[in-house]
Design a protein around this ligand. Structure first.
Ligand code: BGC
Ligand code: BGC
Length: 601
């Protein structure tokens, strides 16, 4: 069984970790002694109750909170972008609570080892503070630990939505957590629980689709996989709430049309369609919630006491911490001081600044001293952040070292990615019964902008925020998967733009689609194929007896005017690096089981 396969690989890691660290755990905390490039700060006073793993988490939190100064509490609320840290010692001095890499926020050189060293360096600075409180390092590992070259890259969520397979998705969550932990990272800004209805939005591919129930089931499965494995990674359910329902041309960002806009739906709709996935994930133990860049009823969500405190924390009984999105509180149109006061009083616990932590700290300190933010509210925010840090076992386990980079991008993990790819494929049309193809087909021509392009297969949030267009990253392209799948006798001809001379092949395959994008940069009034792609398809058609079009895209594209002239059309979404999952199905080794996660026009 597939889930068992996943479970076994996790088990190996589990056994490894318990053998290495098991003995140490009995003592409750660690000292360094294993790694040359990381010097673990020694806890200065081992009698402190919060360092004792055998005490319940709530008591550890109480104990730690009772020892903290105002300054130390305030530091916990700051989430700073890693390139904005002016000097490393600021992490120690201010007791910064969290550091993040935004999309493309990579170390130099960009290798797994360099990620680990970078994160551990920040972590070490945090542990050097008076109370040795670890920071939490966050990344968008939204389709595998895909910021890191060499990590396993899974299909984006829209493809996972098409699998409708909670087991494989749970497995992907576990593997992602394992590969994150190997690079020292324990906080993922994922899963995305948005329930979008408008395919013009540039973030459709980050979602599991347009059906609230499906999003609840699959999003929860992912979260459970991520949080419940042995890696102790914390998930973030986002973007609370109603992100994906914004009106066209309502964006507050002049470069975007829909993303970061104003939601058009009423409270009953938010509660009926958009809230249930969050409620389900909270019941399953979600430890952080990210609030979207979204405005509802003239109020920014980050400023909404109703949605953050009354609904999320009281009604849904959310015990983790609420984090604002990138520069999110700046959208409240007041002074920097007022924005901090409004957001924290509304219920934001940790603020993704991302840049200027010094003035943030000054503002919040003034607000607490003046009483604009009550001590009680500050303590509640810190308590929630510490609770999450304890639950990620950040106080108790020694961070990974280079010897722990063992399974990142392993063949076993890639097999799960390949399985997800084949389950994600949706056949949109096959009037001429093109699929399954025979492996002994004498002659195949293949062409198109996405036929031999790992970057297009992977989409945004892969090493870079927006894109890598081309074959910079390792992986199997559709062309290579095809070459590996067919018999020795089969002739395969490839031309990017479909120029084949004097040929009438048995099968023509055109692999076309969208070039990569992320967030509002992908907002598009009419998602469709480019003229260039359509011309390539026409050339492939005239060079072959039967035509199969494979669409690599982050969302449904309008192909209605061309559909009649194509024999077969397969939606492959953004499959990531394991295109052999596509040929597995094309040649009939596995059945086609994917169904649309969102309506295709
Ligand atoms: C993204 C970040 C990215 C940044 C670049 C943000 O909106 O979420 O991940 O690095 O923009 O400016
Ligand atoms: C995005 C979030 C992301 C964050 C950090 C924001 O711009 O909206 O989804 O988690 O950046 O990269």
């Amino acid at each position: 069984m597939k889930f068992r396969t996943c479970f076994q690989s996790i088990l190996t890691v589990l056994i490894f970790f318990s053998l290495v660290f098991g003995g140490g755990l009995l003592f409750g905390f660690y000292k360094n002694g294993r790694d040359d490039d990381y010097s673990f700060a020694e806890y200065k006073n081992k009698d402190w109750a919060y360092l004792n793993v055998s005490i319940p988490v709530e008591q550890r939190v109480d104990d730690l909170l009772s020892r903290m100064t105002l300054q130390e509490k305030i530091g916990q609320l700051a989430l700073v972008e890693k390139n904005s840290i002016l000097k490393l010692s600021d992490i120690t001095t201010y007791g910064i609570g969290g550091v993040l890499s935004g999309g493309g926020g990579k170390p130099k050189p960009n290798t797994p080892q360099a990620w680990l060293t970078m994160v551990n360096t920040f972590q070490n600075a945090a542990r050097n503070s008076r109370l040795a409180i670890p920071l939490i390092y966050g990344v968008d590992a939204i389709h595998g630990n895909a910021n890191v070259p060499g990590a396993t890259i899974f299909p984006h969520n829209i493809g996972l939505g098409a699998t409708h397979d909670a087991d494989v998705i749970r497995c992907i969550g576990e593997i992602t957590a394992t590969e994150m932990a190997e690079t020292g990272i324990y906080w993922n800004f994922s899963p995305n629980l948005d329930v979008p209805q408008d395919t013009r939005w540039g973030r459709i591919y980050e979602t599991f689709g347009s059906d609230s129930t499906v999003v609840s089931t699959l999003g929860t499965a992912y979260l459970e996989g991520l949080q419940s494995g042995d890696s102790h990674v914390i998930g973030t359910i986002k973007h609370y709430i109603g992100t994906g329902t914004m009106g066209w041309e309502t964006s507050s960002n002049p470069d975007f049309s829909l993303d970061q806009g104003v939601t058009v739906v009423d409270e009953a709709t938010l509660r009926a369609i958009h809230l249930p996935p969050f409620a389900a994930a909270i019941r399953a133990g979600a430890m952080s919630v990210m609030v979207g860049h979204i405005r509802w009823n003239d109020v920014e969500l980050v400023a909404s006491h109703y949605w953050l405190t009354d609904v999320l924390k009281k009604e849904l009984n959310f015990q983790g911490f609420v984090v604002s999105d990138w520069g999110g509180i700046d959208e409240i149109s007041g002074s920097a001081y007022n924005n901090v006061v409004t957001a924290v009083n509304a219920g934001i616990d940790m603020i993704m600044l991302p840049y200027d932590y010094q003035s943030f700290i000054q503002n919040i300190q003034n607000a607490v001293i003046s009483g604009d933010i009550k001590q009680e509210r500050l303590d509640d925010a810190v308590r929630r952040i510490l609770r999450a840090k304890f639950s990620a076992q950040l106080f108790d386990t020694i961070p990974s070292n280079s010897n722990d980079i063992k399974t990142l991008g392993s063949a076993e993990h890639k097999l799960v990615a390949r399985e997800a790819v084949r389950k994600s494929l949706v056949l949109l049309q096959d009037t001429a019964h093109v699929i399954p193809l025979s492996k002994t087909t004498p002659h195949i021509v293949i062409a198109g902008s996405a036929a031999d392009n790992i970057g297009r297969q992977s989409g945004g949030w892969t090493v870079e925020w927006q894109d890598i267009d081309g074959n910079e990253l390792p992986g199997t392209t559709v062309l290579n998967a095809l070459r590996e799948a067919v018999s020795k006798e089969t002739v395969i001809e490839y031309s990017l733009n479909g120029y084949f001379s004097n040929t009438r092949a048995d099968i023509g395959i055109a692999v076309v689609g969208e070039s990569p994008y992320a967030e509002g940069w992908g907002d598009n009034a009419h998602p469709s194929l480019t003229t260039e792609d359509l011309e390539t398809i026409a050339r492939v058609k005239s060079a072959s007896k039967k035509l199969l079009v494979i669409i690599i895209s982050g969302r449904p594209l309008d192909i209605s005017s061309s559909l009649l002239s194509w024999d077969a059309v397969l939606a492959a979404w953004l499959p990531g690096t394991e295109a052999s999952g596509i040929t597995d199905v094309l040649f009939g080794d596995y059945p086609l089981t994917g169904t649309l996660p969102i309506a295709w026009p």
